[in-house]
Design a protein around this ligand. Structure first.
Ligand SMILES: [Zn+2]
Length: 320
C-alpha cells in the first residue's frame, strides 16, 4: 500500500514542488510524508536542490549584472574619452584656422597700408616734390626730387652740416648716390641710397621699417613676420593718423605715423636702447627746379673714392 502511494506521490512531487497541485493533493502528499521517510527525504533533497539552484541562479544573475555594469561603465568611459579627444582636436583645429586667418588678414591689412603709402610717394615723383625731415634736436635733412634725380642735404643751425647726396634713378629702377663733402668739392662715396649714410661714404643698412616704407620691401616680410607690425590710430597735429609700430623686441620699437587723408608719412619715432629720437616729415609738391637736383654747377676737385664701377655713368647722368 505504502509503495503504491509512494509511486503516486513521486509522480506528483514535481508539481507539488512548483505549487501546481490542488489543496487536496497537497494534503494527500503531506499526509503521506508524515508516515513515509523515503518520500519525505526525497522532498527535502529536492527542496535543498531547488534552493541551491536558486542561489546559483542568483549568483549567476549578480555576475551578469556586474558584468553588464562594468561593460556599460567601460562604454561610457570610451564615449567620454572619444568626445574629449574630438573636442580637443576640434579646438586645436579652430585655433590654428583662426590664427592663420588672423595672420592672413593682418598681413593683407598692413601690406595694403604700406603699399598705399609707397604708391602715394611714387605718384609725387611725377609732379616733383621736396620733403624736409626735422629731427628732435633741430637738425634737418632736405630732400628734393625731380625727373629721376634727387638731392639730399644734411642741415643744422649753422647751415649744411654733413654731406650732400646727389642721386639718380636708372631705368632698371636701381638708384645710385654720389656723396659730396660739406663744401661740395669732394666726392666721398657712391652707393645705393639706403646704404649710403651721412657719415661719409660708409655703407650702412637702413632700418627694416624704413625699408618697408621707402623701398616697398614688404615682400621680404613674411605673413608671420608681419605680426611684428602693430597698427593703431592716433592724432598728430590735429590730423587723423594710422600708426604702424614695428616691434624690434619687448622694449624697442620703431613707429611710422601716416596721415590718413594724404597717406604720407608724417612722423617717425625710434626707440632703441633707451635712446628715443623722433622726426617729422614736411611734404611739398611741385616746388623743385632742375637746379635743385643737378650737379652741373658742382665743383669736383677731388675724388676720394671710386668704390663702384657705376661711378662714371652716374656722374655723367647727374651732370646732364
Ligand atoms: Zn512514500
Amino acid at each position: 500500500m505504502i509503495n503504491k502511494e509512494c509511486e503516486i506521490v513521486k509522480d506528483l512531487i514535481p508539481n507539488y514542488m512548483e505549487n501546481e497541485v490542488s489543496s487536496s493533493t497537497k494534503d494527500f502528499i503531506e499526509e503521506h510524508i508524515k508516515k513515509c521517510n523515503d518520500c519525505k527525504n526525497l522532498i527535502e533533497e529536492l527542496k535543498k536542490d531547488k534552493i541551491k539552484e536558486k542561489n546559483n541562479e542568483k549568483i549567476e544573475e549578480t555576475l551578469k549584472i556586474d558584468y553588464l555594469k562594468k561593460y556599460n561603465e567601460k562604454i561610457k568611459l570610451l564615449k567620454t574619452t572619444a568626445i574629449l579627444i574630438t573636442l580637443v582636436i576640434l579646438f586645436i583645429w579652430i585655433y590654428i584656422f583662426a590664427k592663420n586667418l588672423y595672420i592672413k588678414n593682418h598681413y593683407e591689412y598692413t601690406h595694403n597700408i604700406i603699399s598705399t603709402v609707397y604708391e602715394r610717394t611714387k605718384d609725387l615723383k611725377e609732379k616733383n616734390f621736396s620733403v624736409v625731415t626735422t629731427y628732435s634736436d633741430g637738425s634737418k635733412i632736405e630732400f628734393y626730387y625731380k625727373d629721376g634725380k634727387y638731392k639730399e642735404c644734411y642741415i643744422d643751425d649753422d647751415g649744411i652740416s654733413g654731406y650732400i647726396n646727389y642721386g639718380v634713378e636708372k631705368e632698371d629702377g636701381i638708384s645710385y648716390v654720389l656723396q659730396f663733402q660739406k663744401n661740395g668739392d669732394k666726392i666721398l662715396g657712391i652707393g645705393s641710397p639706403m646704404r649710403i649714410s651721412s657719415s661719409g661714404g660708409e655703407l650702412m643698412e637702413t632700418s627694416p621699417l624704413r625699408k618697408v616704407f621707402f623701398l616697398n620691401d614688404f615682400y621680404k616680410m613674411g605673413k608671420r613676420e608681419s605680426l611684428s607690425l602693430e597698427i593703431r590710430e592716433n592724432k598728430y597735429n590735429e590730423k587723423e593718423c594710422i600708426v604702424v609700430r614695428y616691434k624690434i623686441n619687448n622694449s624697442e620699437y620703431e613707429e611710422m605715423w601716416i596721415d590718413k587723408e594724404e597717406m604720407l608719412v608724417m612722423k617717425d619715432i625710434n626707440n632703441e636702447l633707451d635712446n628715443i629720437w623722433q622726426c617729422n616729415y614736411t611734404w611739398q609738391v611741385g616746388n623743385v627746379t632742375d637746379e635743385d637736383v643737378s650737379i652741373k654747377n658742382q665743383k669736383i676737385d677731388q675724388v676720394e673714392t671710386q668704390q663702384d664701377e657705376m661711378y662714371d655713368e652716374v656722374l655723367d647722368l647727374l651732370q646732364n
